[in-house]
Design a protein around this ligand. Structure first.
Ligand SMILES: NC(=O)c1ccc[n+]([C@@H]2O[C@H](COP(=O)([O-])OP(=O)(O)OC[C@H]3O[C@@H](n4cnc5c(N)ncnc54)[C@H](O)[C@@H]3O)[C@@H](O)[C@H]2O)c1
Ligand SMILES: O=C(O)[C@H](O)CO
Length: 324
């Protein structure tokens, strides 16, 4: 039996690669940075499947270069770099990986909140710099217990963060497009966006990046927050206006920010945000554990193989083309 021709645009976890290898002839881009479409064009010409890395845009140009493409899979839940209508027009199902990364990403989001609040990273720097001397105190942190956490984007990951916060004695409020019917079970209270901004001691952002959410945290929004507020973004960098965040932190309109995601990404080492003392930035590691990245790669590989076999994907964004 001849093998499916599949293009892989970056690194792929071993568990996913092993699944693909059984049935596919793989053309894999293994260098950094990620490829431009022109660099893949020879492979794309014959490709039936595309396993696309998270940071690679899927657009009209890429689709036009791949006339035989029948399915695309990405090991990520957020698909803001993918032109879904363009895939649908071509009747190409696009599979993402919701669910399998929920607890891992919630751990990181809550970990950022806790680390920033208790200055854990600053304490480590302090000790390593030899500043731990008798009578010398590093700046104090703040308690979580008894405080209010505002979650913007109360979906799968937001709910998992809520559970962690409640276990730490925090009250949870949230803002979504509309109140969740299961909010009693979540033990969380709905607020309008502006109400949440004014009431929360900590804000965690977990919305998808869409036309509606792009730049939803700008100057006006930071001005509505408490001067003691902690702002945590584990969603997508572009949900925040980076310049406005810089200003809010530099002018102490808010107390602190902890970011897993930034705009731009990667954040250059000489970026103004990194000159601030009231910020913690990590390099988009929300789902980055070996177990979870393997699960994501396996679900993406399963989606790809199903699509190649003309069967519905397990997790498909454009359901209307999820069968043949
Ligand atoms: N940092 C990371 O590594 C990492 C990992 C996984 C997911 N993410 C990001 O987190 C997002 C959420 O993932 P999820 O699995 O919880 O998705 P989800 O679909 O379960 O939840 C998203 C929630 O946001 C709400 N929402 C959508 N637009 C909104 C808006 N404009 N204002 C307020 N709420 C809005 C939705 O109603 C939904 O409840 C992903 O889209 C992705 O961008 C980041
Ligand atoms: O959206 C996601 O799944 C993550 O950001 C990718 O790591």
């Amino acid at each position: 039996m001849s093998k499916y021709k599949v293009v892989v645009t970056g690194r792929i976890m071993p568990a996913g690669l092993a699944m693909l290898k059984e049935q596919c002839e793989i053309y894999q881009w293994e260098q950094t940075p990620r490829p431009r479409v022109e660099e893949l064009s020879e492979w794309l010409r014959d490709a039936e499947g595309l396993f696309v890395s998270t940071n690679m845009p899927v657009n009209e140009q890429l689709l036009a270069a791949a006339p035989r493409l029948r399915v695309i899979a990405q090991p990520a839940v957020g698909y803001d770099s993918v032109d879904i209508p363009a895939c649908t027009n071509r009747k190409i199902p696009f599979g993402n990986t919701p669910g399998v990364l929920v607890e891992t990403t919630a751990e990181l989001a809550f970990g950022l909140l806790l680390t920033a609040a208790r200055r854990i990273h600053e304490g480590w720097d302090w000790v390593r710099a030899g500043k731990w001397q008798p009578g010398v105190l590093m700046p104090f942190g703040v308690d979580l217990y008894g405080k209010t956490l505002g979650i913007v984007g109360m979906g799968a990951i937001g709910s998992a963060v809520a559970r962690r916060a409640q276990a730490s004695g925090m009250k949870v409020i949230y803002s979504n497009r509309k109140p969740r019917p299961d909010q009693d079970a979540l033990k969380a209270e709905y607020r309008l966006f502006d109400e949440l901004l004014a009431e929360a001691d900590f804000i965690v952002v977990l919305t998808p990046l869409t036309a509606e959410s792009r730049g939803m945290f700008g100057e006006k929004e930071f001005a509505k927050m408490k001067p003691t507020a902690y702002f945590i973004n584990a969603a997508r960098g572009a949900v925040v206006d980076t310049q406005a965040l810089y200003k809010a932190l530099a002018e102490k309109q808010i107390a602190y920010a902890a970011l897993d995601v930034t705009d731009p990404e990667p954040l250059p080492a000489d970026h103004p945000l990194l000159t601030l003392s009231n910020i913690l930035v990590v390099p988009h590691i929300g789902s980055a554990t070996t177990e979870t990245r393997n699960k994501m790669a396996m679900l993406a590989a399963e989606n790809l193989l199903l699509g190649l076999a003309g069967k519905p994907l397990v997790t498909c964004v454009n359901q209307e083309v999820n069968y043949r």
